[in-house]
Design a protein around this ligand. Sequence first.
Ligand code: IMP
Ligand code: MG
Length: 333
Amino acid sequence: MPCSIIVGAFWGDEGKGKIISYLALKDNLDFCVRTGSVNAAHTIWYEGKKYALHMVPAAFINPRTRLLVAAGANVHVGQFFKEMELTKADAKLVGIDQNASIIEQKHSDQDKASAVNKGIGTTGWGVGPALEERVRRTAKLAKDIPELKPFICDQVAEVNEGLDEGKSVLLEGTQGFMLSLFLSGGYPYVTGRDTGASAIASEAGVGPTRVDDVIVVFKSFITRVGAGPLPGEITKEEAQKRGWFEVAAGTGRERRSAPFDFDLAKKTAKINGATKGALTKLDIIYPSCRGARNYGDLPNEAKDFIKEVETRSGIPIVFIGTGPGALDLIDRR
Ligand code: IMP
Ligand code: MG
C-alpha cells in the first residue's frame, strides 16, 4: 500500500482515527498527511490513553512516521500547539505545508453568528467562513505565521518524492462522504468542502494515478451530528437501549443514530472508487466480538453481517474494529 486514502463512508465519526493509528504501527507508515480542518476530531486510544485530534495526524503513535498537514488544509494554530503538547510528537517529524490556510477566532465568531449556519448545525469552529476567505484570496497562509516557522515545509514535494522512492503514504481524510459539499446530495446540510477520496488526494497534491488504495471506513451503525436528513433515524432512547448513543469527541454534542444503510454503503464505495473497506464498532452490534483479533473467532451472525456489507457494497472488508484500542482489530489482508 504505497499510497492509500482513508475516507469516511457516512456522516463522519466512523472510526477513521482508529484505522489510521493501526496502519501507522502495522504498516510502519513513512508519511501520514492530514487534510481538512479543525472541525473534525479523530479519536485514538493507545496505551490506555484517549486522544481526540483535530490537527495532528492520527499516525502520531508511530514515532518514526512523518506527520504532515496538507497544502489544502486549514490550520488552527492554537489547536495545533495544544495537540503537539498532548501527543508529545517529535517536532522534527511534524510539518505543515507552506500554503495551508489559517483559521482564526473571527471565523468562529462569524460561523456562530450566522443564522444560516445555525440552521445547519455547524461545529462552530468557523471552517465555512475560513474557506470563504481563502477563496476570496484574503486568508493568511501558514508561511505568514511566525510561530509556525519551524514546521513549515513543502508537503506536496515531500510526499511526491517519497512516492518516487517507494515510501508508504497515507492520506487522512476527515469527516464523511455524506458531508461532501459537492457529492453527497445533502446540500446545505454539509460541510464546507468535498470530503471524498478525490478531494483528499487533491488537498495533498497527489495525482489520481499515484493512489493505490482507497479505503472506505464504515461503522456498524450510522451516526450524525447537526441538522439534515438521516434515513432510518431511531430515537435517543432506542439508541441508548442498543448501546449506539454517542457524544461527539470534538464538540460534546449528542449524535443522532440509525442502522447501517447498505444502499448508502454501495453509493459511497462507488463514488470514492473504493478498493477496500473497514468496518468499525462491530463489538457494539455484537458484544461477543469485543477484542477479537481473528475472523474465525467471530460468531456466525457477525460474519453474516460482514458478508452482506461486502456483497452489497461491492468491496472486501479487510479491517474489522472490535474495540476502541488501536490494536483491537481483525486484519484480513
Ligand atoms: P462545519 O463543518 O463545522 O461547517 O459543519 C457542517 C456540518 O458538518 C454539521 O452538520 C457538522 O455537525 C458536520 N461536521 C463537520 N465536521 C464533522 C466531523 O468531523 N464529524 C461529524 N460531523 C461533522
Ligand atoms: Mg470525529
